[in-house]
Write a protein that binds this ligand. Structure first.
Ligand SMILES: NC(=O)c1ccc[n+]([C@@H]2O[C@H](COP(=O)([O-])OP(=O)(O)OC[C@H]3O[C@@H](n4cnc5c(N)ncnc54)[C@H](OP(=O)(O)O)[C@@H]3O)[C@@H](O)[C@H]2O)c1
Length: 396
């Protein structure tokens, strides 16, 4: 590789953003942070700018932008501060950018991620919600622009690594029978069902194997994360929902598997550390050091597997339903989930009510065809209104 690759990190202050910057800093001869974005953690963003010296930083609004610009000028940094969704889209699509890490959480990441796709960038996709919401529109934009889409979710990155290079010909054409999507089962895999009514946000965020942001941690506890990943897998690998089977694997060492028609099952293994899929996607098709310790199979000793229990994890059933319904159903599911998870994190609802809210939204909102981005945004807004009505009806 001759030239240093310019990388925009959307969501730099988050868990994936920090892991990305850790990998970038290990390879200064290959990568340079071009732009970093933050939202609420502005002190952290300032420190990241001092360390990585990006050309641009992006924050939510003008007041935050002025404060950060002044602070950076004071320490002699030439970093230019941009604001809002426009700023995010600008650094995602900037002509000098080679790769974009899409690691903003939730629907807020949709437009900047699409901007990177439409500009034909190498897009490292952590923001699964963007693909879940916009599905076919997203994939069509990738095809049109020639963007290179590389999955960062450890499961999809594993599947990508286990598939042959020409999998875009179709799973059937390359001899794939099924995709086996592994799930840890989260912190409540064995909690008595009656106790789930009382669990706290802290318990939900205490994931046994992974250290992640709060929203995805709650999604992992409810297994909505796996549901979103099921939908994501269908779009990334052109699979039908029935071709994706979820397998609980509590050790999180096998990150997913591909089952071929000849009986071969290929798996990708590694320590549960997101720097592995990040390094894989950054360097693809080459390999670079990620800083992750080698896997010690003797310490792992055993690998267990269980079938998921949909009574315990109704969100998984709801996500499969939305995947099968298609159209705007995944966008409705995602938005209802975002509202419900935020309410749970604010201690306004109990954990099992997350699934109840989503269920009600999916029952009330009609599923429509999604022909353009406006249709996605209409579905997203409708689901947020309906979820809000559930909260108001319950005095919340
Ligand atoms: N963490 C993991 O191991 C993991 C694994 C696979 C996939 N993912 C996916 O990666 C994405 C990020 O996850 P994470 O765990 O890194 O989350 P996180 O730690 O909560 O970080 C989220 C990032 O998004 C920014 N952000 C939040 N709301 C925003 C808004 N409205 N507008 C602009 N920026 C906003 C945050 O800024 P501030 O922090 O400054 O507020 C932060 O930089 C999610 O889609 C998640 O599903 C994560």
């Amino acid at each position: 590789m001759s030239r240093v690759q310019q990388v925009t990190v959307l969501g730099a202050t988050g868990s994936i953003g920090l892991s990305t910057l850790d990998v970038i800093a290990r390879h200064p001869e290959r990568y340079q942070a071009f732009a970093l974005s933050g939202f609420t953690r502005l002190v952290e963003l300032q420190a990241l700018c001092v360390k990585h010296r990006p050309r641009y930083a992006v924050v939510a609004d003008a007041a935050a932008g002025e404060a950060l610009q002044a602070a950076l000028q004071q320490v002699g940094l030439p970093t230019r501060v941009l604001v809002g969704e426009g700023g995010l889209c600008e650094v995602a699509a900037h002509p000098e950018v080679d790769a974009v890490m899409a690691a903003i959480v939730g629907a807020a990441g949709l437009k900047p991620t699409l901007a990177a796709v439409e500009a034909g960038k190498k897009v490292l996709l952590a923001n699964k919600e963007a693909l879940v919401m916009s599905g076919d529109l997203f994939i069509q934009a990738v095809r049109r622009s020639g963007a290179v889409l590389l999955p960062i979710d450890s499961e999809h990155n594993a599947i990508f690594q286990c598939l042959p290079g020409d999998y875009a010909r179709g799973l059937g054409a390359v001899g794939v029978r099924r995709i086996l999507l592994t799930a840890s089962g989260g912190p409540f895999r064995e909690t008595p069902l009656a106790e789930l009514e009382q669990v706290s946000p802290e318990q939900a965020c205490a994931h046994p194997n992974w250290s992640m942001g709060r929203k995805i941690s709650v999604d992992s506890a409810s297994m909505m994360n796996k549901g979103l990943e099921l939908i994501e897998a269908c779009w990334l690998f052109d699979a039908r929902p029935s071709q994706v089977e979820v397998v609980i694997h509590p050790q999180s060492v096998i990150h997913s598997l591909v089952d071929y028609v000849d009986g071969s099952v290929l798996a990708q293994l590694g320590n549960p550390d997101m720097r592995t899929p990040i390094a894989h996607a950054l360097a693809w098709p080459q390999r670079i050091d990620s800083g992750v310790a080698p896997l010690d199979l003797f310490a792992v000793a055993r690998l267990d597997f269980q079938r998921p229990d949909e009574q315990r994890f109704p969100c998984l059933r709801l996500a499969r339903q939305a995947a099968e319904a298609g159209g705007s159903a995944p966008a409705l599911l995602n938005a209802a989930n975002e509202v419900a998870v935020a309410a749970f994190l604010e201690r306004r609802i109990r954990f099992p009510e997350i699934a109840r809210i989503i269920d009600e939204v999916l029952n009330l909102a009609p599923v429509a065809a999604v022909e353009n981005l406006d249709a996605v945004l209409v579905a997203d807004a409708r689901a947020r209104v309906l979820a809000g009505e559930w909260l108001s009806r319950h005095g919340l």
